[in-house]
Design a protein around this ligand. Structure first.
Ligand code: FES
Length: 115
């Protein structure tokens, strides 16, 4: 796993958000809720919507297209959806918030393909 800086430490002072970020030339959906930051795949597995256009509700990321819900800790879709999203670990360090990306992620970019 390779750790890449996603945000400056000042991000923790911002209001909650859901936004598209580029990390290492790849796209991720970053979610800040309270003191926690999550990083997920950028596109919804249902029909490819940009998850960064969605919102966070009670620990779930809601897709803006058809409102499918994904647990921000496990990536699991809500009951009946039968799908999931990739969740990448985040870590707060002195100089910023980092995201852990699989090594092959950078080589092949497969994790960022629309599903
Ligand atoms: S595209 Fe995300 S719920 Fe349909």
């Amino acid at each position: 796993m390779k750790w890449v800086k996603m945000f400056d430490i000042k991000v923790l002072q911002e209001h909650d958000f859901v936004k598209l970020v580029a990390v290492g030339g790849k796209k991720l959906c970053a979610v800040k809720t309270g003191d926690e930051l999550f990083a997920t795949q950028a596109y919804c597995p249902h029909a490819g919507a940009g998850l960064a256009g969605g919102w966070c509700k009670e620990g779930k990321l809601i897709c803006p297209f058809h409102r499918y819900e994904y647990d921000l800790r496990t990536g699991r879709g809500a009951e009946g959806q039968g799908d999931y999203i990739d969740i990448f670990p985040t870590e707060t360090r002195d100089d910023g918030v980092y995201v852990g990306l699989p090594e092959k992620f950078n080589l092949m970019g497969l994790f960022f393909k629309k599903k």
